[in-house]
Design a protein around this ligand. Sequence first.
Ligand code: GLU
Length: 424
Amino acid sequence: MVTRPNETPPQEFNPWLHVCSLIESAGELLGLDEGMLKRIIAPERVLEVAVPIRMDSGEVAMYTGWRIQHDTSRGPGKGGIRFHPSVNADEIAALSADMSIKCAVVNIPYGGAKGGVAVDPALLSRAELERLTRRYAFSIAPMIGPDRDIPAPDINTDTQVMSWIMDTVSMLRGQNTPGVVTGKPLAIGGTLGHAGATSLGVTICTAAILQRMGRLANEQRVVIQGYGKVGAPLVKLLSDRGMKIVGIADIRGAIHVPEGINHLRLAEHVAEAGTVVGYPGAELVPADLLFTLPSDIAIPAALGGFVTEDIAKSMSASIMVEAANGPTTGEGAAVLASRNIPVVPDVLANAGGVVASYFEWAQDLQGFMWERELFQQRLEKTMHESFNHIWARHKDLNVTLRETAIAVGVERIAEATELRGLFP
Ligand code: GLU
């Protein structure tokens, strides 16, 4: 696990091998030497921890967790923590490399990291979840810190989980340490604007690519795969810009509403039913057929690996914006490229979250909180500039937006690595 690609690639989609091949292609495009490429690909630090917790029943349950720092040449590691049964070392390694590239693409002073525990938090009580979080935080504590590696929320983790991590580390160190995690509640060093920042970045990128392609927002039908932390705010933000959300999927199925979904009615329905399924007047469609519904923009906003070759072949939309991390397989990306469907890649499209984290961390280190307007203005500026830069470079390089973004990220990491030299 977490080794370099070998001659016999596994049959199943392996996100780590996939990200290695993306970085290798970027290296070729940039003419990087092999030694540099090897240094950029290999994760710097991989920690696997046992996470035993006492269940409410009195029994002991055992889980496994990871924290991986992929690259810290540009700054401390940065990246979320996810709690999901599918979490494993290869997935976390891939996501940590994505974070190194993402932070470089939006040019914030961080490297990349990621963590997770293989657990289904829906099966835990709140007290069990707290014990799991604190035990995991304790086990990775030597590796994290405001100057080392700063976790944040990801799939199935939230402001409460961040609060427990912040508290555990603060107790261990005997000092208040708000800068050790981002995505905290306001009361303990969080920032105005963090919630929904990823979705805002996705919205800015969607509007920007429409503008570049000469298309009007109010003529776009959108399908969104996922109605969670990122997907749910997107329904409102994209509707506010005049787009019509015609399909949404969650784990229970997909809904199709050709005349457009009302974000308020959907939020009310989900609050009651716990799923998008059953939205009044919607046709129920199998979740894997969501992207075949007549649409103009497809947005994967859930787990990785959804956009396979088959999904890409049958996709109706003519633009894809990746709100999820790693939603597209290599084969899926090749099909979309051959169909001339532009894709705003994850490392650009969903970077609003980590940019918001950077602003939160900067405020924590300074002990000086910004007003919402300043936060919003800086977030929008960073996303616009990043999009414009990648768009301009992709015209020059004449490769896809994904290849461009990864090349720009790898180029910036290589520059930092070169400047710092090779220790000792
Ligand atoms: N989990 C988010 C991401 O994948 C945010 C990471 C962060 O803020 O550190 O980009």
